[in-house]
Design a binder for this molecule. Structure first.
Ligand code: PEP
Ligand code: MG
Length: 590
């Protein structure tokens, strides 16, 4: 372990990434290994081959002990049946083919053992994943899991789950999946740095809601660090400093104090109503992923929940959540926040959020964001969909629950979802189970075809909620989690503004309201623009509410409308962004 003193001897290295979650943190790193981690490749001399084999055997032994320890914990906490799942992992470790082929590869190629093992394991994983048999495909997943553990042990990096961080650390990873992020222990994770990712990847959205400073898209950062290194994360500017010098730490100490005092002033003013200088009352709601975030909704004075991402109930659980457990979750939210609304979004699994419990239903796809996800998945897996709809309906008897469907692409899809909802209502009525017969149902607008047919969709729903994260990705054809093209992901692209305006006009023509619940809504740079374009409500991660409220309490609605008009007449995303910056600069001062 490197102490801070030794650390100072190392040269400081400052790298730039994408600012993903605001805040500054400093601490020792914890390298988290994910599947496709880069494994160093080097040649070994003939007389070192036996040493490599011994290293391999040692790593297999340590891995076995780790798995047995997890089994014992699972057995104690969940029961013997659940612990049996890990039998398959132990079997992988005993797989003679995997072991002898690795040794043979080592002897033949004389490359280091982690490279040989990785090559053979990847070959096996690929072979299993291509098999048209559910059981055998799952075996591919087992091999992947165990292989990661063995690799981590060979590389001398602790393989772990983020929920079990034992000391306060800055998590450094090549990537973090939404399920990893959801399971993160926020009291121990000081910050997050990833090689890949972007502002709207779901792991980042989770970090933002937990107020964990994060910088993503730092390319090959994991190859530059060693376990125990000290690092400073500047989530405001998207900068990561490895081995910061004393003067850097002092400078950042000052910046942090200024930022904290600014944020504290905004937080204190946040209990005031969201009213513009010319007296227009606006609605700001919260986006949440977990039921216990209801406290955040209250602390940040949100007008209820504008987006409850229910897929997080599925992500880290070995089984799909039952109707009863979902009902309890939705009911708790409804009761705690009544009379404010809680907009529950039906399952949006798929894309970058395949659920562990449903993994067998998500075969590998070339374009997962264009594939089998969200409402497409639910309309195909109707039984699973109905379990959720019944839970939502039953909870609607206990507060102001509203329902919305993600990824609607056109009127037929919306109609089919509503038909299934009607079937659920009929089932409940037949059994005499209470639900709100007037339950409001909304459609998310996040696919260009939905935006273009907003007039048609408006006939069959009560409100729209624009998911700009996906809408921008599909409008500009920018993969929302690809850091290489993240600079092209421009919320102020004229195509985005025109689409937003079109949806607002059509919604208002049909006399329904429009909310925006994508990350654009939580950026104070765009709050005036969105309200100026005529959007009725914004919904965002709770910690972002104070800045949004502050800016709109310092603007007039008529200025926001002028801003939107000017922006609509402009052609360059950069110029529009600069216009928004000029508008908010003075108004963001506190
Ligand atoms: C969106 O796409 O903007 C949205 C809110 O949904 P998600 O980020 O969960 O895809
Ligand atoms: Mg979306």
């Amino acid at each position: 372990m490197i102490n801070e003193e030794d650390q100072r001897q190392k040269p400081e290295l400052s790298v730039r990434g994408i600012s993903a979650s605001q805040g500054i943190s400093y601490g020792q790193i914890f390298v988290y290994i994910q599947s496709d981690v880069e494994v160093p490749v080097f040649q070994v001399e003939k007389n070192k081959v036996a040493g490599e084999i011994a290293r391999f055997e040692q790593a297999l032994m340590v891995t076995r002990q780790q798995i047995q320890k997890i089994m014992a914990e699972v057995e104690k906490n969940l029961g013997a049946e659940e612990a049996r799942i890990f039998d398959a992992h132990l079997l992988v470790l005993e797989d003679q083919a995997l072991i002898t082929e690795t040794v043979r590869e080592l002897e033949k190629t004389r490359t280091n053992v982690e490279t040989c093992f990785n090559r053979i394991a990847q070959r096996y994983i690929k072979a299993f994943e291509e098999i048209d048999d559910e059981y055998l495909r799952e075996r591919g997943g087992d091999i992947r899991d165990v292989a990661q553990r063995v690799l981590a042990n060979l590389l001398g990096r602790t393989n772990q789950t983020l929920s079990k961080l034992v000391e306060k650390r800055i998590v450094v990873a090549n990537d973090i999946s939404p399920s990893d992020a959801a399971g993160i222990d926020s009291s121990q994770a000081l910050g997050m740095v990833t090689d890949s990712g972007s502002k709207t990847s779901h792991a980042v959205i989770v970090a933002r809601s937990m107020k964990i400073p994060a910088v993503v898209g730092v390319r090959d950062f994991t190859t530059k660090v060693q376990a125990g290194d000290w690092v400073l994360v500047d989530g405001y500017e998207g900068v990561v400093i490895l081995n910061p010098s004393e003067s850097t730490l002092i400078r950042y100490g000052q910046i942090q104090r200024q930022k904290q005092s600014y944020e504290q002033r905004l937080f204190e003013a946040n209990s005031l109503p969201a009213i513009t200088l010319d007296g227009v009352k606006l609605t700001l709601r919260a986006n949440i992923e977990k039921v216990d975030e209801v406290e955040l909704v209250k602390n940040y004075h949100a007008d209820g929940v504008g987006l409850f991402r229910t897929e997080f109930l599925y992500l880290n659980s070995p089984e799909a959540p039952s109707e009863e457990s979902q009902y309890t979750a939705y009911r708790t939210l409804a009761e705690q926040l009544a009379p404010s609304p809680v907009v529950v979004r039906s399952l949006d699994l798929g894309g970058d959020k395949p659920a562990q419990s449903q993994a067998h239903l998500f075969p590998k796809e070339n374009n997962p964001f264009l594939g089998y996800r969200a409402i497409r998945f639910c309309l195909d897996q109707t039984e699973l969909f109905k379990v959720q709809l019944r839970a939502i309906l039953r909870a609607s008897a206990h507060g102001n629950i509203q329902l919305m469907y993600p990824m609607i692409s056109g009127r037929e899809e919306l109609g089919r979802a509503n038909e299934i909802l009607a079937e659920c209502k009929a089932e409940l009525s037949q059994k005499g189970i209470a639900f709100n017969k007037e339950l409001k149902v909304g459609s998310m607008i996040e696919i260009p075809s939905a935006a273009m047919t907003a007039d048609l969709l408006a006939r069959d729903c009560d409100f729209f909620s624009i998911g700009t994260n996906d809408l921008i990705q599909y409008l500009i054809a920018i993969d929302r989690v690809n850091d290489r093209i993240a600079h092209l992901y421009e919320p102020t692209h004229p195509a985005v503004l025109r689409t937003l305006r079109h949806v607002v006009v059509e919604a208002h023509r049909a006399k329904i309201k429009v909310s925006v619940c994508g990350e654009m809504a939580g950026d104070p740079l765009y709050t005036p623009l969105l309200f100026g374009l005529g959007v009725d409500e914004l919904s965002m991660t709770p910690p972002l509410l104070p800045a949004a409220k502050h800016i709109l309490r310092n603007m007039t609605m008529s200025d926001a409308k002028k801003l939107a008009q000017m922006a609509m007449a402009m052609s360059s995303p950069k110029d529009i962004n600069a216009l928004c910056e000029r508008f908010s600069a003075d108004r963001l001062k506190a």
